[in-house]
Design a binder for this molecule. Sequence first.
Ligand SMILES: Cc1cc2nc3c(=O)[nH]c(=O)nc-3n(C[C@H](O)[C@H](O)[C@H](O)COP(=O)(O)OP(=O)(O)OC[C@H]3O[C@@H](n4cnc5c(N)ncnc54)[C@H](O)[C@@H]3O)c2cc1C
Length: 385
Amino acid sequence: MNDNTYDVAVVGAGVFGAWTAYQLRQSGRRVILIDAHGPGHSRSSSGGESRIIRMGYGADEVYTRSASRALQLWKEFFDEVREPLFHPTGVLWLAHDDDPYPVRSAETLKTVGIPFEKLTINEVSRRYPQIGLDGVSWAMVEPESGILMARRAVRAVVKEAIKNGVEYLQDAVSSTGVPSVTHAQDARATKGQKISAAQYVFACGPWLPKMFPDLLAERIHPTRQEVFFFATPAGQSFTAPALPTWIDFKDEAYGLPDLEGRGIKIAIDRHGPSFDPDSDDRIVTAAGLDEVRRCLARRLPALKDAPVTETRVCQYENTANGDFLVDIHPQFDNVWLVGGGSGHGFKHGPVVGEYVAARVAGDIARVEPRFSLETKARDQRRTVF
Ligand SMILES: Cc1cc2nc3c(=O)[nH]c(=O)nc-3n(C[C@H](O)[C@H](O)[C@H](O)COP(=O)(O)OP(=O)(O)OC[C@H]3O[C@@H](n4cnc5c(N)ncnc54)[C@H](O)[C@@H]3O)c2cc1C
């Protein structure tokens, strides 16, 4: 494209921006995708090794339906590009007596028609003897869910989008690049390139509040999140299918089996301290390791003294309750804000992309009110996990 004129400029090639650019191109648009550091880079929220795709979302049917459609789209995409980046490990929910979330999840899965199996404690310990069941009263398996190899999946989407005709530019779009008029004329990259498009999508993940501080600084809160990998003994008892992915939201923890020889992964799913994605160091804390090791001793007791093989610090970009943000900027008629993945967004990438593409085209049967800017409160009260 020589005249720098596009139908849509998508800023940010994380999972939301990558799929948005891909889906826009599928619908015939001329698209440029711009990222400051490259798809799935190490400071982006999509830059981790792996992300869970599960269907259970308590009573939040909107996310269960989205996750189900997203899994289908991810699988079709991986088949098409011949990259096996989905591991169907199954997802095991560890349920506590006083926790309504797995109960509601099971009800919603039944309503939507997604396969799952409820297990008694005895069944869990027979099937997965590696798992410690302290405090657990029953469990539920989603047999078709599993793990997306996140960083590589985003890169694959961008590669395919480029193959299909999306132009890609690696540069930062200046935060002052959107002029203060009601219709954005152009955006400016730091190297001076002017990008002219009819519409702009800002899918900047944890950078969105920096790009639009007046609007979003108090509505999207990046938090520091630590992730640990531990070595496993030789053999297959800590790889899938012997060990599934497991979630224990009551204990604010989740774990992945040993995938591709990286070791088992464990993280605490509680919002950490505020985090600056540009300037903060990414070194895990001794307190974080202590907490995760206690969790390891409780849930995978055979690994309680296993050595740490890798660590990562990533960030969530949380809206007040965990609902995504996909809406038009209130002061511009051609600027879209897409983000607020809130620690659970990765799996939904293909559906967010479809939704944004439909909204940009003005061609949508149903606008999801939960994704609107006006529902984004300033006080943090997480309800979507
Ligand atoms: C530790 C951890 C575990 C998680 N686990 C799960 C999970 O198991 N399942 C799940 O579904 N989700 C999970 N998530 C959430 C999920 O990873 C995020 O919701 C998702 O990756 C957000 O993607 P994004 O595209 O919005 O943001 P990002 O991936 O951060 O992408 C934003 C992009 O915008 C670019 N950008 C920003 N500003 C500019 C600019 N001015 N100019 C050009 N480019 C710019 C950045 O370089 C970046 O590449 C987890 C997140 C973390 C941190």
